[in-house]
Ligand binder design. Structure first.
Ligand code: AMP
Length: 311
């Protein structure tokens, strides 16, 4: 089942303790769609500027990602400048240049109208809401956001949260969104804002699902589920780890016939697998070279990592 994603397609300038890159291909929708493309078909809604060339299109084409919904506008693409210091779980945003995204009015091409899965990747919540409005019949909607939008665009974000099936967000952002310092209390508050289920990502420490009585019609045994992260000796660039997690998670969900709690939990493992690959190189480099065999092997590693024998 194809996933429709709206989010940033961008150029990133990144500094990490391993080095730096200038204007490499990035953006939430880019990382998400590369990761999800290993599981299902992906269609992208975004806008790019004149600096987005055939070479960049080739990155999507190599993974059969449908980018006919990406609009080309005059001007420059979204540009994010960020740095990571000792804490690789936390990006410091140095500059956000919205550029062509500032005046973007998303339109869903007719060829995309039958998409049953919608991912609202990190971008202005006004755009997320606009795309959601144009897709009233989707089967499942998941979304992401970040501090930039939580602090500056809270009211627009509230509209988006209201009818999400699952919100994926990192722990610092969850606390910021809820105005709480305890994670469980923060999760409870966020679940009251609309999402049926919440997945909080903890960077190198994995991810936790918080279920509500609206998740799986109340048929989940526990309120929480924790999926591991793979301990890695080198993290080159954490940028896009969260989006790659989301791509693995939602890509796997969309590839399955029925959405059961077991499928949801396995999807969180696939999320962890894709996030763990993403951080091994700068930008999208690692996902561009990845194979399905490597994904399967790492999934087994994740399973081993958290398996407890009965006796
Ligand atoms: P993450 O998976 O959270 O590390 O996402 C990193 C990606 O988000 C980068 O490739 C950036 O281009 C993109 N990004 C950074 N800031 C924003 C923003 N304010 N809105 C949308 N996308 C952003």
């Amino acid at each position: 089942m194809p996933i429709l994603v709206v989010g940033s397609v961008a150029f990133d300038s990144i500094q990490t303790p391993s080095g730096s890159v200038d204007r490499c291909l990035g953006g939430a929708a880019t990382h998400f769609s590369l990761a999800a493309s290993f599981f299902t078909d992906v269609r992208v809604i975004a806008v790019v500027g004149e600096d987005f060339t055939a070479e960049h299109e080739g990155v999507f084409a190599a993974r059969n990602i449908d980018i006919s919904g990406i609009e080309h506008a005059r001007g420059r693409s979204f540009h994010w400048t960020g740095a990571y210091h000792d804490n690789l779980n936390e990006a410091q945003t140095l500059q956000t240049d919205l550029n062509v995204f500032a005046n973007f009015q998303p339109k869903i091409p007719t060829a995309y109208a039958d998409s049953e899965y919608l991912f609202l990747a990190n971008i202005d919540p006004r755009l997320q809401h606009e795309v959601r409005r144009q897709m009233p019949r989707v089967r499942m909607v998941c979304g992401d956001t970040m501090n930039y939008w939580i602090t500056g665009h809270a009211e627009n974000l509230a509209h988006v949260l209201r009818d999400l099936d699952t919100l994926l967000i990192n722990d610092g952002e969850a606390k910021l969104l809820a105005g709480e310092t305890n994670l469980v209390t923060a999760a409870e508050r966020i679940l009251q804002m609309g999402p049926k289920t919440l997945v909080i990502k903890h960077g190198e420490h994995g991810a936790t699902a918080f279920f509500s009585e609206k998740s799986f019609a109340g048929k989940v045994r526990n309120r929480f589920f924790r999926a591991p992260a793979l301990p890695l000796s080198t993290v080159v660039d954490p940028t896009g780890a969260g989006d790659s997690f989301a791509g693995g998670f939602f890509g796997y969900l969309a590839s399955q016939k029925n959405l059961t709690p077991a499928v949801f939990k396995r999807a969180m493992f696939y999320g962890g697998v894709m996030g763990s690959f993403a951080v091994e190189r700068f930008g999208t480099e690692r996902l561009q070279q990845l194979t399905r065999t490597e994904i399967n092997q790492r999934f087994e590693l994740f399973r081993e990592l958290s398996h407890l024998d009965a006796d």
